[in-house]
Design a protein around this ligand. Structure first.
Ligand SMILES: Nc1ncnc2c1ncn2[C@@H]1O[C@H](COP(=O)(O)OP(=O)(O)OP(=O)(O)O)[C@@H](O)[C@H]1O
Ligand SMILES: [Mg+2]
Length: 279
């Protein structure tokens, strides 16, 4: 056999399976009217993928299934070769509505996660790590406050710091910047981008903001809502996967000057206006 010239055998191809594989997911609260069906996509290691779609199409449900916090009616999710069957510290989640423990301070909310991730760490090491991530989201001055003493945007930033602090294999972000003012949003987007690029973090993120998706994502999944059409009920699903052709080292300030930006933006906005929802 001429092993050196023959193509890679099937077994060798299997080794390079995508980091995340989502296969034919569906979710139905009423059997005849699934929220979405036949949702399949992949993420490569180090890839940043955004999903965009109107309210109610099932974005959070998909993210919760990837997080292991919800179950699909049918279909599978594999991460790093293993089926996702429950929550785990290798996936960090930032929820649409922050999910902080109200009786713990910012410091202890984050330390709780860090101690679960690295139970062998000494107190000083936990402390230093927590303080670094709190500083990243600009909340050092509020580190000893409880969630009830924080604004909505501040609570959201604690959730972001907590998810990053456990250095997960994959970040799952559900509209993480929705509650932030434009200035904070911009600086955290920049910060997120820098960390993600440095660490080659794999990210799946929901956003309603087309520019945010274009800034951050390598690929954008466009999702349509379930609808009653003349041909009958159509479950929600992924209508299209758009690759972002803009150079990867783009920044907020220069985004709209890049060739291809308006074309990409118009394509996504057109989808949202004309194809995402039955009218
Ligand atoms: N427990 C439930 N019982 C019945 N329907 C549900 C339940 N939970 C969610 N749904 C429905 O599933 C659909 C998808 O919800 P999901 O929260 O995933 O949407 P979304 O795309 O994240 O919306 P948004 O952009 O508003 O956050 C919605 O139509 C919602 O009404
Ligand atoms: Mg949602």
């Amino acid at each position: 056999m001429t092993a050196s010239t023959s193509p890679a055998p099937e077994s060798a191809k299997a080794v390079s399976a995508p980091f995340l594989q989502v296969q034919q997911l569906s979710k139905a609260y009423h059997p005849a009217r699934p929220v979405f069906a036949d949702v399949s996509f992949t993420l490569e290691r180090g890839e940043f993928v955004c999903i965009i779609g109107h309210s109610g199409c099932g974005k959070t449900t998909i993210l919760n299934i990837l997080a292991g916090l919800d179950t699909a009616t049918s279909g599978y999710v594999f991460m790093d070769g293993r089926e996702v069957r429950g929550p785990g510290l290798e996936r960090g989640v930032v929820f649409q509505n922050h999910a902080l423990m109200p009786w713990l301070t910012v410091r202890h909310n984050i330390a709780f996660a860090v101690e679960s991730r690295w139970p062998q760490w000494k107190a000083a090491q936990v402390r230093e790590h927590v303080e670094r991530y709190v500083a990243m989201v600009g909340l050092s001055h509020a580190i000893d406050r409880k969630p009830s003493q924080l604004s909505g945007g501040m609570k959201q930033r604690v959730g972001i710091a907590r998810a990053f602090a456990i250095q997960p294999k994959m970040l799952l972000l559900d509209e993480p910047f929705g509650a932030l003012d434009a200035l904070t949003r911009g600086s955290i987007q920049d910060e997120l981008m820098a960390i993600v690029r440095q660490t080659r973090q794999t990210v799946f993120m929901i956003t309603h903001d087309v520019d945010e998706a274009i800034l951050l994502a390598d690929r954008i999944l466009l999702m349509h809502n379930a609808a009653d059409t003349p041909a009958g009920f159509r479950p929600g699903g992924i209508a299209e996967v758009v690759s972002n052709p803009l150079p990867r080292d783009r920044s907020r300030a220069t985004l709209h000057h890049l060739p291809g930006y308006y074309e990409l933006r118009n394509h996504i906005v057109d989808f949202l206006v004309t194809r995402a929802k039955a009218h």
